[in-house]
Design a protein around this ligand. Structure first.
Ligand SMILES: C[S@@+](CC[C@H](N)C(=O)[O-])C[C@H]1O[C@@H](n2cnc3c(N)ncnc32)[C@H](O)[C@@H]1O
Length: 235
């Protein structure tokens, strides 16, 4: 079946340049002193600092958390805690962000930043393989927002474990879904191929509605449909 689409060759996204990117970043809520310091500390780690989400994405996560009225967030992939901090800053004081990672070294930096920002009491850090931690979560649909930003070969499993635990209307966000553009190539391999299969899985899941945003390395924003909410087929 041929699916009718709008003019797919008409690129509506503005090509990014360093100047335009600086302008774009300047239009987001500016980083707090703690966020600036955390970015500096993460840069000092060297090459792996690229794993930290950029500040404009952090501002988006904080906004989405507030817009969703979220009180329960689950994050897969803490690193030095920048995205955790973004969620924590969007939560009310009684809200919690449960964040999962393997590394005690990187999350020690994160803990200090959460303390300095005055939100450490909203953060529950679980060290160990994310899959085990997700399986141990209550099987109740109570999560308002989940965020995937860890090993790419785990995204499909994390999706399967998180979607049933999302409340109706809850959001599942997945980072790096363009994988530097490689995921669009049918011949891609490795992490990019894992991401490509994950993107296809997301599109095929009728429980969720989703859009892939060209934010940073690509951010999927998926919402769990309400019970009884029809899937439009011929609208
Ligand atoms: C891209 S970084 C996360 C960046 C973070 N969200 C931020 O904004 O700074 C990915 C993290 O996933 C963690 N990770 C990788 N495999 C994992 C696994 N199987 N279980 C839990 N964490 C894992 C790594 O230790 C790393 O800190």
């Amino acid at each position: 079946m041929t699916v009718p689409v709008h003019a797919a060759d008409e690129v509506k996204t503005v090509p990014m340049t360093p100047e335009l990117y600086r302008y774009l970043v300047a239009q987001a809520e500016p980083p707090t002193p703690v966020q600036r310091q955390l970015t500096e500390q993460t840069r000092a780690l060297g090459e792996m600092a690229v794993m930290q989400i950029p500040h404009e994405q952090s501002a988006l996560l904080t906004l989405l958390t507030k817009m969703a009225g979220a009180t329960r967030v689950v994050e897969v992939g803490t690193f030095t805690g920048y995205s955790t901090l973004a969620f924590a800053l969007g939560l009310p004081p009684h809200g919690t962000v449960t964040t999962l990672d393997l590394s005690a070294e990187w999350t020690d930096i994160a803990r200090r930043a959460w303390e300095a920002a005055g939100v450490a009491d909203r953060v529950q850090l679980r060290l160990g393989p994310a899959e085990e931690a997700l399986r141990a979560l209550p099987e109740e649909p109570v999560i308002d927002i989940a965020f995937l930003d860890a090993n790419k070969d785990g995204y499909a499993t994390y999706w399967d474990l998180l979607v049933p635990r999302l409340r109706p209307g809850g959001l599942l966000l997945a980072d790096n879904v363009l994988y530097a553009g490689e995921a669009a190539d049918p011949r891609c391999t490795g992490n990019a191929a894992d991401i490509r299969r994950f993107n296809a899985k997301v599109r095929a899941d009728a429980r969720m509605e989703s859009v892939l945003l060209p934010v940073a390395d690509g951010l999927t924003l998926a919402r769990k449909r309400d019970a009884g909410e029809g899937v439009p087929r011929n609208a």
